[in-house]
Design a protein around this ligand. Structure first.
Ligand code: IPE
Length: 246
Protein backbone atom coordinates (compact mmCIF):
# COMPACT_ATOMS: atom_id res chain seq x y z
CA UNK A 1 0.00 0.00 0.00
CA UNK A 2 1.60 3.24 -1.19
CA UNK A 3 0.46 6.60 0.11
CA UNK A 4 1.10 9.89 -1.67
CA UNK A 5 0.61 12.98 0.40
CA UNK A 6 0.76 16.52 -0.91
CA UNK A 7 1.48 19.26 1.55
CA UNK A 8 -0.14 22.40 0.16
CA UNK A 9 2.13 25.40 -0.16
CA UNK A 10 -0.31 27.44 1.93
CA UNK A 11 -0.11 24.86 4.72
CA UNK A 12 3.67 24.83 5.16
CA UNK A 13 4.44 28.48 4.25
CA UNK A 14 3.14 31.86 5.27
CA UNK A 15 1.42 32.39 1.94
CA UNK A 16 1.33 36.20 2.15
CA UNK A 17 4.92 36.63 3.36
CA UNK A 18 7.52 35.94 0.63
CA UNK A 19 9.67 32.88 1.25
CA UNK A 20 8.67 32.18 4.82
CA UNK A 21 8.17 28.65 6.16
CA UNK A 22 5.28 28.16 8.62
CA UNK A 23 7.52 26.24 11.00
CA UNK A 24 4.81 25.37 13.52
CA UNK A 25 2.51 23.83 10.91
CA UNK A 26 5.38 22.09 9.12
CA UNK A 27 6.35 20.49 12.42
CA UNK A 28 2.74 19.48 13.11
CA UNK A 29 2.27 17.80 9.71
CA UNK A 30 5.68 16.11 9.78
CA UNK A 31 4.89 14.70 13.25
CA UNK A 32 1.60 13.29 11.93
CA UNK A 33 3.39 11.64 8.98
CA UNK A 34 6.17 10.25 11.18
CA UNK A 35 3.55 8.59 13.44
CA UNK A 36 2.13 6.66 10.46
CA UNK A 37 5.35 6.29 8.47
CA UNK A 38 6.41 3.02 6.86
CA UNK A 39 9.65 3.14 4.82
CA UNK A 40 9.17 2.42 1.13
CA UNK A 41 5.42 3.04 1.26
CA UNK A 42 5.27 6.80 1.35
CA UNK A 43 5.88 9.74 -0.99
CA UNK A 44 5.58 13.38 0.04
CA UNK A 45 4.95 16.11 -2.55
CA UNK A 46 4.81 19.80 -1.72
CA UNK A 47 3.49 22.93 -3.38
CA UNK A 48 4.93 26.39 -3.59
CA UNK A 49 3.05 28.75 -1.30
CA UNK A 50 5.07 31.90 -0.78
CA UNK A 51 8.20 30.29 -2.29
CA UNK A 52 6.94 29.58 -5.80
CA UNK A 53 3.92 31.51 -6.92
CA UNK A 54 5.13 35.09 -6.61
CA UNK A 55 8.36 34.38 -8.56
CA UNK A 56 6.37 32.70 -11.32
CA UNK A 57 3.78 35.51 -11.39
CA UNK A 58 6.55 38.15 -11.47
CA UNK A 59 8.07 36.45 -14.51
CA UNK A 60 4.65 36.03 -16.12
CA UNK A 61 4.52 32.27 -16.47
CA UNK A 62 2.27 29.55 -15.11
CA UNK A 63 1.12 25.97 -15.64
CA UNK A 64 -0.13 26.96 -19.11
CA UNK A 65 1.89 30.05 -20.15
CA UNK A 66 5.55 29.32 -20.81
CA UNK A 67 8.76 31.32 -20.57
CA UNK A 68 12.10 31.08 -22.32
CA UNK A 69 13.76 33.27 -19.70
CA UNK A 70 16.29 31.07 -17.86
CA UNK A 71 16.28 33.41 -14.84
CA UNK A 72 12.53 32.92 -14.53
CA UNK A 73 13.17 29.17 -14.33
CA UNK A 74 15.98 29.39 -11.80
CA UNK A 75 14.20 31.97 -9.61
CA UNK A 76 11.26 29.60 -9.08
CA UNK A 77 13.38 26.44 -8.95
CA UNK A 78 15.84 27.79 -6.37
CA UNK A 79 13.08 29.15 -4.14
CA UNK A 80 11.27 25.81 -4.35
CA UNK A 81 14.51 24.01 -3.49
CA UNK A 82 14.90 26.13 -0.33
CA UNK A 83 11.40 25.07 0.73
CA UNK A 84 12.20 21.46 -0.22
CA UNK A 85 15.28 21.58 2.01
CA UNK A 86 13.11 22.74 4.92
CA UNK A 87 10.72 19.81 4.43
CA UNK A 88 13.51 17.25 3.97
CA UNK A 89 15.33 18.59 7.03
CA UNK A 90 12.18 18.42 9.16
CA UNK A 91 11.85 14.70 8.32
CA UNK A 92 15.53 13.98 8.78
CA UNK A 93 15.39 15.67 12.20
CA UNK A 94 12.88 12.93 13.13
CA UNK A 95 15.14 10.17 11.78
CA UNK A 96 13.18 9.62 8.57
CA UNK A 97 15.48 9.04 5.56
CA UNK A 98 13.97 11.83 3.44
CA UNK A 99 15.63 12.74 0.14
CA UNK A 100 14.83 15.61 -2.28
CA UNK A 101 13.33 15.03 -5.74
CA UNK A 102 13.34 17.85 -8.30
CA UNK A 103 11.11 17.39 -11.39
CA UNK A 104 13.01 20.07 -13.38
CA UNK A 105 15.76 17.56 -14.16
CA UNK A 106 13.51 14.72 -15.35
CA UNK A 107 9.98 15.80 -16.28
CA UNK A 108 8.69 17.45 -19.47
CA UNK A 109 5.54 18.39 -21.31
CA UNK A 110 5.18 17.69 -25.02
CA UNK A 111 3.73 20.19 -27.52
CA UNK A 112 0.19 19.13 -26.53
CA UNK A 113 1.13 19.85 -22.87
CA UNK A 114 0.99 16.16 -21.97
CA UNK A 115 3.18 15.54 -18.96
CA UNK A 116 5.81 12.86 -18.70
CA UNK A 117 7.53 12.31 -15.37
CA UNK A 118 9.65 9.14 -15.32
CA UNK A 119 9.11 7.58 -11.91
CA UNK A 120 11.88 4.97 -11.85
CA UNK A 121 14.11 7.15 -9.65
CA UNK A 122 11.31 7.61 -7.13
CA UNK A 123 10.58 3.85 -7.24
CA UNK A 124 14.19 2.98 -6.54
CA UNK A 125 14.29 5.54 -3.73
CA UNK A 126 11.26 3.80 -2.18
CA UNK A 127 12.80 0.35 -2.65
CA UNK A 128 15.92 1.58 -0.88
CA UNK A 129 13.87 2.78 2.09
CA UNK A 130 14.03 6.51 1.38
CA UNK A 131 11.17 8.97 1.70
CA UNK A 132 11.09 10.90 -1.59
CA UNK A 133 10.09 14.54 -1.02
CA UNK A 134 9.09 15.93 -4.42
CA UNK A 135 8.88 19.67 -4.99
CA UNK A 136 6.55 21.50 -7.40
CA UNK A 137 8.93 22.97 -9.97
CA UNK A 138 9.32 24.57 -13.38
CA UNK A 139 9.71 21.98 -16.15
CA UNK A 140 10.53 22.25 -19.83
CA UNK A 141 7.74 22.16 -22.40
CA UNK A 142 8.15 21.48 -26.10
CA UNK A 143 7.36 24.66 -28.04
CA UNK A 144 6.76 26.81 -24.94
CA UNK A 145 10.06 27.01 -23.05
CA UNK A 146 9.23 26.21 -19.43
CA UNK A 147 5.96 26.02 -17.48
CA UNK A 148 5.09 25.33 -13.86
CA UNK A 149 4.42 21.76 -12.72
CA UNK A 150 2.08 21.93 -9.74
CA UNK A 151 2.19 19.60 -6.77
CA UNK A 152 -1.32 18.44 -7.69
CA UNK A 153 -0.12 17.31 -11.13
CA UNK A 154 2.81 15.49 -9.50
CA UNK A 155 0.40 13.67 -7.19
CA UNK A 156 -1.67 12.54 -10.17
CA UNK A 157 1.23 11.40 -12.36
CA UNK A 158 3.11 9.64 -9.54
CA UNK A 159 -0.16 8.28 -8.18
CA UNK A 160 -0.69 6.51 -11.51
CA UNK A 161 2.85 5.34 -12.12
CA UNK A 162 3.41 4.07 -8.57
CA UNK A 163 -0.10 2.59 -8.34
CA UNK A 164 -0.76 4.52 -5.12
CA UNK A 165 -3.77 3.35 -3.14
CA UNK A 166 -4.04 6.36 -0.83
CA UNK A 167 -3.76 9.91 -2.08
CA UNK A 168 -4.15 12.91 0.18
CA UNK A 169 -3.96 16.66 -0.35
CA UNK A 170 -3.42 18.51 2.87
CA UNK A 171 -4.73 22.01 2.27
CA UNK A 172 -5.68 25.02 4.41
CA UNK A 173 -9.39 24.27 4.01
CA UNK A 174 -11.18 21.21 5.47
CA UNK A 175 -12.30 20.11 1.98
CA UNK A 176 -14.15 21.48 -1.02
CA UNK A 177 -16.87 23.75 0.34
CA UNK A 178 -20.40 24.19 -1.02
CA UNK A 179 -22.17 27.56 -1.30
CA UNK A 180 -23.13 27.38 2.42
CA UNK A 181 -19.54 26.71 3.48
CA UNK A 182 -20.10 23.01 4.26
CA UNK A 183 -17.61 20.35 3.18
CA UNK A 184 -18.81 18.39 0.13
CA UNK A 185 -18.08 14.76 1.16
CA UNK A 186 -17.61 13.35 -2.35
CA UNK A 187 -17.09 14.70 -5.89
CA UNK A 188 -17.21 12.46 -8.94
CA UNK A 189 -18.04 14.99 -11.65
CA UNK A 190 -16.51 18.45 -12.18
CA UNK A 191 -19.67 20.03 -13.62
CA UNK A 192 -21.60 19.30 -10.41
CA UNK A 193 -19.27 21.53 -8.41
CA UNK A 194 -17.95 24.00 -11.02
CA UNK A 195 -20.15 26.84 -9.78
CA UNK A 196 -18.88 26.66 -6.18
CA UNK A 197 -15.18 26.34 -7.01
CA UNK A 198 -14.03 29.93 -6.65
CA UNK A 199 -10.67 31.49 -7.34
CA UNK A 200 -7.75 31.13 -4.91
CA UNK A 201 -7.33 34.11 -2.57
CA UNK A 202 -3.55 34.65 -2.98
CA UNK A 203 -1.28 34.74 -6.02
CA UNK A 204 -1.75 31.28 -7.49
CA UNK A 205 -0.32 30.39 -10.89
CA UNK A 206 -1.65 26.84 -10.98
CA UNK A 207 -5.43 27.10 -10.78
CA UNK A 208 -6.65 27.04 -7.15
CA UNK A 209 -9.31 24.58 -5.99
CA UNK A 210 -10.86 24.14 -9.45
CA UNK A 211 -7.51 23.01 -10.86
CA UNK A 212 -7.01 20.72 -7.88
CA UNK A 213 -10.35 18.96 -8.34
CA UNK A 214 -9.87 18.64 -12.10
CA UNK A 215 -6.42 17.08 -11.64
CA UNK A 216 -7.70 14.63 -9.04
CA UNK A 217 -10.67 13.51 -11.13
CA UNK A 218 -8.11 12.25 -13.66
CA UNK A 219 -6.54 9.91 -11.09
CA UNK A 220 -7.69 6.27 -10.79
CA UNK A 221 -7.33 6.13 -7.00
CA UNK A 222 -9.70 8.19 -4.84
CA UNK A 223 -8.05 11.30 -3.41
CA UNK A 224 -8.98 13.19 -0.27
CA UNK A 225 -8.68 16.95 0.27
CA UNK A 226 -8.51 17.92 3.95
CA UNK A 227 -6.84 20.29 6.40
CA UNK A 228 -3.92 19.64 8.78
CA UNK A 229 -6.29 18.73 11.65
CA UNK A 230 -7.51 15.74 9.58
CA UNK A 231 -4.06 14.52 8.52
CA UNK A 232 -3.67 12.07 11.42
CA UNK A 233 -7.14 10.51 10.84
CA UNK A 234 -6.44 10.33 7.06
CA UNK A 235 -3.19 8.50 7.68
CA UNK A 236 -4.99 6.08 10.03
CA UNK A 237 -7.29 5.18 7.11
CA UNK A 238 -10.36 7.27 7.93
CA UNK A 239 -12.45 9.08 5.29
CA UNK A 240 -11.84 12.79 5.84
CA UNK A 241 -12.61 16.04 4.03
CA UNK A 242 -13.74 15.75 0.42
CA UNK A 243 -13.07 12.52 -1.46
CA UNK A 244 -12.57 13.16 -5.19
CA UNK A 245 -13.16 9.98 -7.13
CA UNK A 246 -13.48 10.21 -10.91
C1 IPE B 1 3.00 25.43 -7.71
O1 IPE B 1 2.61 24.27 -7.08
C2 IPE B 1 4.34 25.80 -7.21
C3 IPE B 1 5.06 26.82 -7.99
C4 IPE B 1 4.58 27.98 -8.32
C5 IPE B 1 6.40 26.44 -8.36
P1 IPE B 1 1.19 24.11 -6.37
O2 IPE B 1 0.13 24.75 -7.18
O3 IPE B 1 1.03 22.66 -6.07
O4 IPE B 1 1.42 24.94 -5.04
P2 IPE B 1 0.42 25.31 -3.85
O5 IPE B 1 0.26 24.09 -3.03
O6 IPE B 1 -0.88 25.75 -4.50
O7 IPE B 1 1.10 26.43 -3.13
Amino acid sequence: MTTILKLGGSVITEKDQPETVDEATLEQVVDAVVDAYEPGKFVVVHGGGSFGHHHAAKHGYSKTDGTRNATAVTDVHRAMSVLNDAVVDAFQARDVAAVPVSPLSVARRDAAATLSFPADGVETALDEGFLPVVQADPIVQEGAGATILSGDEIVVTLGESLGANRVGLCSTVPGVLDAEGNVIPEIDDFDEVASVLGESDSTDVTGGMAGKVQSLLALSAPAAIFDPAALGPFLRGEDVGTVVDG
